[in-house]
Design a protein around this ligand. Structure first.
Ligand code: NDP
Length: 337
C-alpha cells in the first residue's frame, strides 16, 4: 500500500523532501463486526489549506498531520468492502481520505456518494467537489452579485478561481482575473471566458493595472491571494463593494506575513469583507449540483484540470501549488498496483 507521508513539519515553503513515498501495510479486509469502509483511492486532491496541516503549530485552529503517517485530504474513491449499510462494494464516493492506494476509514469520514458518473470522476476533487462548492458559496452567498457588476478574481486560473469567473460571467458580470503566467492569462481569456486577464508578476504597479481594467472600480473582489494584491485592490473598490475572503495563499509560507496598509478603505467605501470556510456551506451541495451539473453537460461551464499520474508525483504536485506550477485544478491520479 504505497503512501505519501509527512517526513518533517514544514517551515516556510514546503519542499518535496518534506514528504516521502513509503510502502505501508494494510489488511485488505474489514475486521469482523466493524462498520468501517475499505476504499480504493482513485483521485487525490492537492489543496493549499493542506499546507496548514503540514506545519507543527498552525495557530489557525486546524489540527496537523502526524509525522511518518500519510497526508490526508479530499479524494475520490471506490468502495472495495463495507461494514456499513449505507455503502456497498463498487460505490463511488468523495470525501476525506488518505494519500495512499487503499484506505480503511470510518464511514463517518466519507462525505458524499457520487451519483452522476457521466462526467470525469476527477471532477469530484474540483468542480463537483470542495473547490466547486467554495466558488459557489463564496461568489453567490457572500458576493451577492448583481448583473452588470464588476468582478476581480485573483489566482483566477486555479481550482476555485476559474469557476468564480465563469459563474460571474453567467451572472452577467464583467470579470477580470489575475494569474502568474502568460499561459494562464491566455487560458482565462480564450477558454474560460474572462473579459480580461493579466499576469500580476509582470505588473510593476498593481494599482495602475487595476485602474486600467476597472476605471470605475471593483464591486466584488474574490480574494484568493492576500498580501500586495489585496492592498492594491482596496483603494479600487467601489462603494458598498464586497470581498469574499476565500484564501490568502501568498501569505501561507511566510514566517512574517506582509502588512496591508489600505484597510481604511473598508470604512470609506462601506465595504463588506467576509471570510468563510466552505465546509460551513455543504448543506447547499445538492442545490449546487442541480445548478452546475447541467451547465457542465451543456458545455456552459468548462473545467481545466492538471492531473499527475501516480502517488510518487504527489509531493511535487503539492509543492507546485505554491510556485504556480499547476495549470487548473491539481489532481493526483492514483495508480494502484
Ligand atoms: P489553485 O488551484 O489556484 O492553486 C494555487 C495557485 O495560487 C497557484 O497555481 C498560483 O497561481 C497561486 N499562487 C501561489 N502562490 C502565490 C503567491 N505568492 N501570490 C499569488 N498567487 C499565488 O488553488 P485553489 O483554487 O485550490 O485555492 C485558491 C485559494 O482559495 C487559496 O488561497 C486557498 O487556500 C483558498 N481556498 C479556500 C477555501 C475556503 O473554504 N475558504 C476552500 C478552497 C480553497 P498563479 O500562477 O496564478 O500565481
Amino acid at each position: 500500500n504505497k503512501q505519501v507521508v509527512l517526513k518533517n513539519y514544514v517551515v516556510g515553503f514546503p519542499k518535496e523532501s518534506d514528504m516521502d513515498i513509503v510502502e505501508g501495510t494494510i489488511t485488505l479486509k474489514i475486521p469482523e463486526g466493524s462498520s468501517d469502509v475499505l476504499l480504493k483511492n482513485l483521485y487525490l486532491s492537492c489543496d493549499p489549506y493542506m499546507r496548514f496541516l503540514m506545519a507543527k503549530n498552525t495557530n489557525v485552529g486546524f489540527g496537523n498531520y502526524t509525522l511518518n503517517s500519510p497526508l490526508a485530504g479530499n479524494g475520490v474513491s471506490q468502495v472495495v468492502e463495507s461494514g456499513h449499510p449505507d455503502y456497498k462494494e463498487g460505490d463511488l464516493v468523495w470525501g476525506f481520505t488518505n494519500w495512499e492506494e487503499y484506505s480503511l476509514l470510518s464511514s463517518a469520514q466519507i462525505r458524499f456518494k457520487i451519483e452522476h458518473t457521466d462526467v470525469p470522476l476527477s471532477y469530484y476533487t474540483g468542480i463537483l467537489g470542495m473547490p466547486g462548492m467554495t466558488a459557489y458559496a463564496g461568489f453567490f452567498e457572500l458576493g451577492s452579485p448583481i448583473k452588470g457588476e464588476k468582478v476581480f478574481v485573483s489566482a483566477a486560473s486555479g481550482a476555485v478561481g476559474q469557476l468564480v469567473g465563469q459563474f460571474a460571467k453567467l451572472n452577467g458580470c464583467y470579470v477580470v482575473g489575475s494569474a502568474g503566467s502568460k499561459e494562464k492569462v491566455d487560458l482565462l481569456k480564450n477558454k474560460l471566458g474572462f473579459d480580461e486577464a493579466f499576469n500580476y508578476k509582470e505588473e510593476p504597479d498593481l494599482n495602475a493595472a487595476l485602474k486600467r481594467y476597472f476605471p470605475e472600480g471593483i464591486d466584488i473582489y474574490f480574494e484568493n491571494v492576500g498580501g500586495k494584491t489585496l492592498d492594491a485592490v482596496l483603494p479600487n473598490m467601489r462603494l458598498h463593494g464586497r470581498i469574499p475572503v476565500c484564501g490568502m495563499i501568498s501569505q501561507y509560507n511566510l514566517t512574517q506575513p506582509e502588512g496591508v496598509t489600505n484597510l481604511a478603505h473598508l470604512i470609506f467605501k462601506r465595504i463588506k469583507m467576509e471570510g468563510f470556510i466552505v465546509t460551513d456551506f455543504y448543506h447547499l451541495y445538492p442545490k449546487f449540483l442541480e445548478f452546475v451539473v447541467p451547465l457542465i453537460r451543456e458545455g456552459k461551464v468548462v473545467y481545466v484540470e492538471d492531473i499527475v499520474e501516480g502517488l510518487e508525483n504527489g509531493p511535487a504536485a503539492m509543492v507546485g501549488l505554491f510556485t504556480g506550477r499547476n495549470v487548473g485544478k491539481q489532481v493526483i491520479s492514483v495508480v494502484c498496483e
